[in-house]
Every structure is written in structure tokens, then in C-alpha cells.
Design a protein around this ligand. Structure first.
Ligand code: ATP
Length: 926
């Protein structure tokens, strides 16, 4: 085990960008290391810490925290701690304890290696160059974080992910209609924020039945491992706060609400990003709120970034919707009445935005309205005007909602209503609501006479082998149906209800999904109607109908979601003459809610709730109710289409821009540069690869690898693909991109090591070099360590500075490209290499000095560019937020403060950028 002593300096072997580590404390089997340059602290297991002890040799240069430079003349050790004695530029001698070394100190080892002829293969030098160049290329790219997910490139999802993740501490409600991919959007945002440093500690809360699905989706689509916190995990940890030991936690909201200790612990842990799925369960009204709401409210106050997900934002009423917006920004959404008034005034703004979008000419009235909404607007192009209109009015910035109507490619839904006679025993039930789930009200024995059962058996036989999902309101009905199917028809059904353990439920869902030996039918209680993916089935049986339109849409959404390939058949076996028929007709003829999604359904329901209840007991009133419902739905739908929804739609996707984003990702996919890079890497490392089935590649550890293991490569190998379409069709293949952990860890492994940092090649017969020529290719890396939340990478990521000096000290990098310099590598001919280097030692030392001067000039330019870029990007953003805040209180003051703070910190840090000599290649052409 390594000996750590507080005050010692160690370097992270895997993350040099953290700067110099300082041992803070040794705690049992762990050591705590602070990285003052980035303000981070890490806890490592002592016996396997990826750390290297920093010992600076004589004659090397060091710096103290005040920036004073010393040449080391003596190294003394006492009690495990080093004190350097060094000479400053004025010749004065100083003692410097290692704890006081500059936290950003970097050493020039490649120079020593080259001069000592300790050479690596040229292969590694070239890979090193590519690694830095690629890192630089992606750091500032708009597509970073959106490339590596195993997802089809769907424009509205990418739009939302790009738009949300570029904000400072985003807080938004993702409210796309059921099945349009909110989980994927949240995953993309999370993925991008992790790569850019915006989200390190993440908490995801979902209803229990969706835990496993989230776990699987994040793993298979984003290579993201989440720690699942269930009762068992929570019980197994007694003392410490269990949430502190994991960075990315997935947890059931119910558990936190039901167990005060768990709720308290989650509040006490620090988080950067909170995601809450099925957020419509967080109920709120002006007089009371649910315990789940209160818990999320407390979390949302502490956590900077918050994503709430719901397909049915207005389920359980408009007040609830307001309550969710309030969680995101309590300062903006403080008065529900004012909010409703404001929503009613969106129509003219939406109309104006739409006219701009359609490139229609603006009349005087339009211009006057624009001026009153935006102030001075002359000189702004249409795109900017649209942006500003959407941006500066309404919930635009907080809420995203895409609808099927605007997204092509969804299959049709077809209602297959099956009237059946209502048995006397049911008709005798006094309460009309009880007759909507009469088997439940009647109790045991209903299977003997309920005609829906025979109909079900006949329907299953007729549809066989097609998969069928049945949803009903009650878990008991599920169990009784299963038994009845078994006894009466020998049919085996899988079941899914709240009485089962989560693992059992997931097993049942998998059993239903299995193509060959799975069940034909899955019987689900209402909990199966939320969030789950059953789009491989095309038949849905609604054994009963819920009273709320949003609940109906949630049920249908299990099949009607991205990935559904066929017309969806909705089978409704209703008992005629009574309330079931009334409800079925109300949905079908009044709202048209089976075959299409009706945006106004929740509002219509809220207004006509009383009339519906009356019609359920007096079916004679149904025709009048339907007529009224139709008229109201038509009116509300068209109001919404012209007003709020139109604005939302404009904001939630932008055809031209989204298409450009998709194109740039598709272009990156097509380049396949990562395939070249990784195959070169594997070849150099000793990883074996060969063509596998259907254009895939099989990769295995080779017998003589450079190290025992290769990152993310299991002992028995992997089947991989670089092709998105293949990755979507074959989930057993790893989808390798620049963002895959294997690629990123391989890149880190290389840049954190000295591999390829000194090389020598001989070039023969190259027409560019008429006479014997000596060139020194110098690779500096400009680095500016900064705390991750500042997202330095946007402006000044680690940037390679390449120089190519000739013997006269001229830089020829601009005229001779790196890739064009290929020759015989001398790493295996140590004798010749040493002789050549020794003969040129003096000249080389001069070239290195000259290189340092030139690199510093380049550094000045880099800093200047970074500053200009930051001023432009953050300055514009700040200006926008400040103007916006005057007209739209959606902009939170803390968002502005955060941005200002970030700008100041970045500005101060740019000046501390330093150059690190990363690699050298000596080129001798003759
Ligand atoms: N870009 C994509 N590529 C591949 N599959 C996708 C993509 N987007 C969504 N899907 C698939 O479509 C289905 C619906 O997506 P998701 O679960 O994210 O929708 P949702 O909006 O969260 O649904 P719900 O409203 O039911 O909660 C899932 O099976 C998901 O894996």
C-alpha cells in the first residue's frame, strides 16, 4: 500500500487536468486528496489510488503559489514530506515545502526523454497528436453529448436537448405528448451536461414501476450506470448517508416520501441535477400540496438544475400544472390567476410569430405590435425576431411540448368498439360509477356471467399469435382474469400489478415481450399504463375506461409511441345501455379521443365533469352531452392551436435549425474517424479485432497487450459497431463513438501516460527535403484548470499547439502537415537513435528553447481568442437575459447572477493558462 502523508503532493494518473493533488487526510483505507487548482476533493482507496507521487529532480524548474520560479538544487525529505531548496532568477536561495508548490505546476519530461533517447513508437506519437486534436475539436462543438447515444436522430428531441443543456442551471418541464421520447430527451441532456461538466451528481426520481426501465434505458442508450436505491439498498447501510457514496442515483419517489430518514438523507446530500419522471403526480393546489410535492419542492430549492417530465401536464387540473411550474421557478410563477390571464393573451403573439415564420409580409399593425412587444427591432432578421418573441413571452423558456400532430411518422389508431349485453347483476348496482368497473363492485363470482370474458377468450384466439396488452383499473380484476383465462380456456397470461415486487413485474413485462416463448397477453392494472414501453404490441384491450381523458391517453400511449410500426387497434368491450356505453361514446364521439389525441380534453373534462356524471346515471342525456362536448372541444382546441400551443410548438422544435443539427450529427457518423482512431489504438496496444457478423467487429484482448486490460474490454471480448443503424437494430453490439466510455478512457489512458511523448523517425527520398534536414515536431498543450461548473471547455479546452522547427529555428508547421510526415521509426534501434541524438544534443536544446518562446506567443493568441469567444457567447447571453427579465419574469435572478459570476471567474482564470510540453518527435530527412 502507498504511504500517504498529509501535505504531500500527488498527481492523478488519469486526470492530469485536475492539477497537483495535495494529501488532506488519511482515513482508514482511504486517502482524501484536494486539488486546489479546480477546487475539487476526491476520496481514493489507498491500495489502488490512480496517483503518482510527485518528486521533482535537481535542475528542474518549480514554482510557488506566488508565481516565483526556482531551479531545484537540493531535495530533502523529513517525515515523508519533501522540501525543495531552489535558486530564483536573482540567484537567491529559497526553501519551498512541497505543500506550497503552485497547484498548476507542470513538468517538461518529454525533453528529458528525447535527450536520453528513451523513445516510443511513432505510432503512439501520432495517436497522441490525434487524441489532443480530437479533444479540442469536440470541446466547443454544438453536438457534444448528442452524438454518442444509441438513439435514432429525431429532430425535436435533439432540439430540446441542445437548447436545454446549453443553459446555465436549466430548470424546465419536458412535456411532450405520451411516447415522444421525454426519457430520451432527459438522457441526452444529462449525457451532455456530464460531458461538459454541468452535472456531476445526479438524482433521478421515478414512480417505482419505472425504476428498472430507467435503469435499462440509461445503460443501453447512454452507457450510463445508475445506482438503484430501493428499500433493500437503503436498509443495508446503517450509518453514513447512503446518497453520498454514489454520484448518479435512481430512486423511487414513494420510498423517500414514506421513509422520513430516507427523505432527510436525500435532502442532505449535494446534487447538481434533479430529474423527476411522471411529475403530474406531484399534486398542488393553493390550499394544499402532497407530501411528494413538498419533498420535491425542498429538493428543487437546493438543486440548481431540475428537469420535470410529464406527458399530461394538466392531468389533475390546471392548478397542478401551475404547481409544477412553480417548482421550477417560484419567483416567476407565484400567482395562478395572473398566470391564467397571461395564457389567454398569447394568441396575437403566436399569430405574429407564425407570420414571421411563414415569411409573410408584416403590415403596420404587426409592426406596431412588434415594437410594443420587443422595443426597437429595426435591423434584426426574422429568425432573431421569432426567437425573441418566443423567448420573451409566456412559459416558452420553461416548458417544452411537442405533439404528434407536428411530428410525422406516427401510425393510425383505430377504435374497435364491441357492445355486449349488460348482465342484470350489474344493472342492479345503484352507483353508476361502480358500473364502470362492475366486476370490482360485484365481487367474486362475476366471471360466471360477465360477457366480456367470453369475448376476451374469443378475441385472443382470433388474434393469435399477435401480442395483446389489456389494461383495467384494478389489480384484483387482473388476478381474477388470469385465473378465469386459465380455467376456462387454458390460456396463460402474464400479469403486472401493484401487488407484485418490482423484479416480478419486470420479469412479467419481459415474458410478454419475448418473441418466441413469451405470452400472448399481458394483463395490467392502471400502474402498467404509465411510462412503460410496449410498442412491440399493436392491440390494446381497454377492459374498462378511466374517467379522466389524460389517463386514457396514458393507457393508449403504451403502444402509441416512437417505435410503433403498425396501426394500433383499440378494443373496447363495453356493456351497452349503461354508464360504460355513455363513457365510451363520450370519448369516441364527443372528444374523438381514441383515434386522436385531443389537446383540450382535460379542460373540457374540467368544465363538463358535472354533466358527464349526470349522463352516466341518465344515459338519455348522452346525445346532448356529446353535442356540447364536441362544440366545446372544437372551440378550445382551436383557441389552443392559435395561442398557447402554437407558441409552445414554435418553441419546442424548429424545423430548419433542427434539421441542421441532425445533419451535422449524421455527417459526424458518416466520417467514421473514431473507427480509424480506435483500430489504430487497438493495433498499437495489442487488442485483437476481426470482422464479425453483419458488418460488426469482434474485439478481444490480445495475448501481449501493453497493459493487462484495455478500458471497457471484457476478458471474453465484445461485438461492436460504429454504425448507428446497426446499433439500433442490434442492441447486443456496443455502439462505439467518440463519446463511448471505451474511447474516452482510452484517450485518457494515453494522455495521462508518457506513451508517445518522445519519438524519432527517418524519412528517405522525400522530394520536399532536397538535402538532409533536421526537424523537431513539438506538441505543447495549453491547459487552464478550472472547476467543472465553469465549463472552461467551451472556451479554452486543453488545446494542442503544434510547432515544427527546423535547424534554423523556423516554424514550418503551417507548410508541412503532421499527417504527411511518415518514416521509419527508430524506437527499436536504440544504438542508432542514441548516436543521432547525441550528435545533435546542443542544437536540440536550442530548438527546445526557441520552441518554448514560439509556443508562448501562440498561447497569448489562444487566450485572446478564448476571451473574445467567451465575451461574445456569455456577453450575448447575459444581454439577452437582462433584456428578457424586463418583459418576462420567467428569467430567474439567480440565473443572471450565476452567469455573471461564471464570466468573472473565467476571465480571471484565462490569465492562468499554462503550456505543458506534451510530446516531441525528431524527424531526420535524408
Ligand atoms: N431517438 C430515439 N431512438 C430510438 N428509440 C427511441 C427514441 N426516442 C424514443 N425512443 C423509444 O420510444 C419509446 C418512448 O420513449 P420515452 O419512453 O422516452 O417516451 P416518453 O415520452 O418518456 O413516454 P411516456 O410519456 O410514456 O413517459 C421508448 O421505447 C424509447 O426507447
Amino acid at each position: 500500500m502507498q504511504d500517504f502523508v498529509p501535505g504531500q503532493r500527488w498527481l492523478s494518473e488519469t486526470q492530469t487536468e485536475l492539477g497537483l493533488g495535495l494529501v488532506e487526510a488519511v482515513e482508514g483505507r482511504h486517502v482524501r486528496i484536494a486539488y486546489p487548482a479546480t477546487g475539487e476533493t476526491r476520496l481514493y482507496a489507498r491500495h489502488e489510488a490512480p496517483l503518482a507521487r510527485l518528486v521533482v529532480g535537481r535542475n528542474e524548474r518549480i514554482r510557488d503559489r506566488a508565481g516565483r520560479e526556482l531551479r531545484v538544487i537540493e531535495v530533502r525529505t523529513a517525515h515523508g514530506l519533501i522540501t525543495y531548496r531552489g535558486e530564483d532568477q536573482a540567484g537567491l536561495i529559497h526553501d519551498l515545502p512541497e505543500a506550497e508548490l503552485d497547484d498548476r505546476l507542470i513538468f517538461n519530461r518529454p525533453g528529458q526523454r528525447l535527450l536520453a533517447a528513451r523513445l516510443d513508437s511513432d505510432h503512439w506519437f501520432r495517436l497522441r497528436h490525434r487524441t489532443w486534436t480530437q479533444g479540442r475539436r469536440e470541446a466547443g462543438s454544438a453536438t457534444l453529448g448528442l452524438v454518442g447515444a444509441r438513439v435514432a436522430l429525431i429532430p425535436h428531441q435533439l432540439h430540446i436537448a441542445a437548447e436545454v443543456s446549453r443553459r446555465e442551471a436549466p430548470r424546465v418541464l419536458l412535456a411532450d405528448e405520451v411516447g415522444l421520447g421525454k426519457t430520451i430527451e432527459a438522457g441526452l441532456i444529462l449525457h451532455r451536461m456530464r460531458l461538459t461538466g454541468g452535472a456531476h451528481r445526479v438524482l433521478i426520481l421515478t414512480p417505482e414501476p419505472l425504476l428498472h426501465q430507467w435503469l435499462v434505458e440509461m445503460r443501453r442508450r447512454f452507457n450510463l450506470a445508475l445506482a438503484l436505491f430501493d428499500q433493500e439498498r437503503f436498509d443495508s447501510i446503517q450509518d453514513d448517508n447512503p446518497f453520498l457514496s454514489e454520484q448518479r442515483v435512481l430512486c423511487g419517489l414513494e420510498l423517500l416520501v414514506e421513509q422520513p430518514a430516507a427523505g432527510q438523507a436525500v435532502l442532505e446530500a449535494p446534487w447538481d441535477l434533479l430529474i423527476v419522471d411522471e411529475a403530474h403526480h406531484l399534486t398542488w393546489s393553493e390550499t394544499e400540496s402532497s407530501p411528494a410535492y413538498r419533498l420535491v419542492e425542498a429538493l428543487a430549492k437546493r438543486i440548481p438544475s431540475v428537469l420535470l417530465l410529464t406527458a399530461t401536464p394538466e392531468q389533475l387540473g390546471r392548478a397542478g400544472h401551475f404547481g409544477r411550474l412553480r417548482l421550477l421557478d417560484p419567483a416567476r410563477f407565484h400567482d395562478p390567476i395572473a398566470f391564467q390571464d397571461e395564457e389567454a393573451r398569447y394568441a396575437p403573439i403566436a399569430a405574429l410569430a407564425a407570420r414571421l415564420l411563414d415569411d409573410e409580409p408584416l403590415d403596420d399593425e404587426d409592426r406596431a405590435r412588434l415594437a410594443s412587444l420587443l422595443g426597437e427591432f429595426d435591423g434584426l432578421d426574422r429568425e432573431t425576431l421569432i426567437e425573441r418573441l418566443i423567448d420573451r413571452h409566456g412559459t416558452g423558456r420553461v416548458l417544452f411540448r411537442n405533439t404528434r400532430a407536428t411530428i410525422p411518422g406516427f401510425p393510425r389508431r383505430e377504435l374497435m368498439a364491441h357492445p355486449l349485453p349488460e348482465p342484470d347483476a350489474y344493472r342492479a348496482l345503484a352507483d353508476p360509477l361502480a358500473r364502470l368497473t362492475p366486476e370490482h363492485a360485484h365481487g367474486p363470482g362475476w366471471e360466471a356471467f360477465d360477457p366480456r370474458l367470453d369475448w376476451l377468450i374469443a378475441t385472443l384466439r382470433a388474434l393469435r399469435p399477435a401480442k395483446v396488452l389489456l389494461i383495467c383499473a384494478q389489480a384484483r380484476t387482473v388476478l381474477e382474469l388470469r385465473e378465469a383465462l386459465r380455467q376456462r380456456a387454458g390460456l396463460h397470461a402474464a400479469v403486472f400489478h401493484e401487488g407484485m415486487e418490482i423484479v416480478e413485474r419486470d420479469r412479467a413485462a419481459a415474458y410478454f415481450a419475448a418473441v418466441e416463448d413469451g405470452t400472448q397477453i399481458l394483463l395490467c392494472s392502471e400502474i402498467g399504463s404509465e411510462g412503460r414501453n410496449f410498442q412491440f404490441a399493436h392491440h390494446l384491450i381497454l377492459f374498462d375506461l378511466p374517467l379522466e381523458p389524460d389517463l386514457l391517453e396514458q393507457r393508449i400511449g403504451r403502444l402509441d409511441r416512437i417505435g410503433q410500426t403498425q396501426t394500433i387497434r383499440l378494443h373496447v368491450p363495453y356493456l351497452s345501455g349503461g354508464p360504460m356505453e355513455v363513457l365510451c361514446r363520450w370519448y369516441a364521439e364527443g372528444l374523438g379521443a381514441f383515434e386522436h389525441l385531443c389537446p383540450a380534453a382535460a379542460a373540457v373534462h374540467e368544465r363538463l365533469d358535472g354533466r358527464l356524471s349526470t349522463a352516466l346515471s341518465e344515459p338519455g342525456l348522452t346525445d346532448a352531452l356529446i353535442a356540447e362536448t364536441r362544440a366545446l372541444a372544437a372551440q378550445l382546441n382551436s383557441d389552443l392551436a392559435a395561442g398557447r400551443d402554437r407558441l409552445l410548438e414554435l418553441h419546442s422544435h424548429r424545423l430548419t435549425r433542427d434539421a441542421a443539427l441532425v445533419e451535422s450529427i449524421a455527417a459526424l457518423d458518416a466520417e467514421r474517424t473514431v473507427a480509424d482512431y480506435l483500430t489504430d489504438f487497438w493495433d498499437a496496444f495489442g487488442v485483437e479485432h476481426e470482422p464479425g457478423p453483419g458488418g460488426s467487429l469482434v474485439v478481444r484482448p490480445g495475448p501481449q497487450m501493453l497493459q493487462e486490460t484495455f478500458p471497457r474490454l471484457p476478458e471474453d471480448g465484445l461485438t461492436v459497431t460504429f454504425d448507428r443503424a446497426q446499433a439500433l437494430a442490434h442492441e447486443d453490439r456496443e455502439f462505439l463513438t467518440w463519446e463511448h466510455p471505451m474511447t474516452r478512457e482510452a484517450m485518457e489512458l494515453l494522455t495521462a501516460s508518457e506513451l508517445g511523448s518522445a519519438a524519432l523517425i527517418l524519412i528517405q527520398n522525400d522530394a520536399r527535403f532536397a538535402r538532409a534536414t533536421l526537424l523537431l515536431e513539438i506538441l505543447y498543450v495549453a491547459e487552464c484548470p478550472a472547476p467543472p461548473e465553469l465549463q472552461m471547455g467551451h472556451f479554452l479546452p486543453p488545446t494542442p499547439v503544434r510547432l515544427l522547427l527546423d535547424a534554423e529555428g523556423r516554424d514550418r508547421a503551417g507548410e508541412i502537415a503532421h499527417a504527411s510526415l511518415r518514416g521509419d521509426c527508430l524506437s527499436h534501434n536504440a544504438k542508432l537513435a542514441r548516436a543521432l541524438i547525441e550528435s545533435q544534443a546542443v542544437r536540440l536544446a536550442g530548438m527546445l528553447e526557441q520552441g518554448e518562446a514560439l509556443a508562448h506567443e501562440a498561447l497569448g493568441r489562444l487566450e485572446q481568442d478564448a476571451r473574445a469567444r467567451m465575451d461574445q457567447v456569455l456577453g450575448n447571453e447575459l444581454e439577452r437575459l437582462l433584456t428578457l427579465a424586463k418583459v418576462n419574469p420567467t428569467v430567474r435572478p439567480d440565473e443572471i447572477a450565476r452567469l455573471k459570476y461564471r464570466r468573472e471567474r473565467l476571465e480571471a482564470l484565462f490569465g492562468k493558462t499554462h503550456l505543458r510540453l506534451d510530446a516531441l518527435r525528431l524527424i531526420i530527412a535524408h
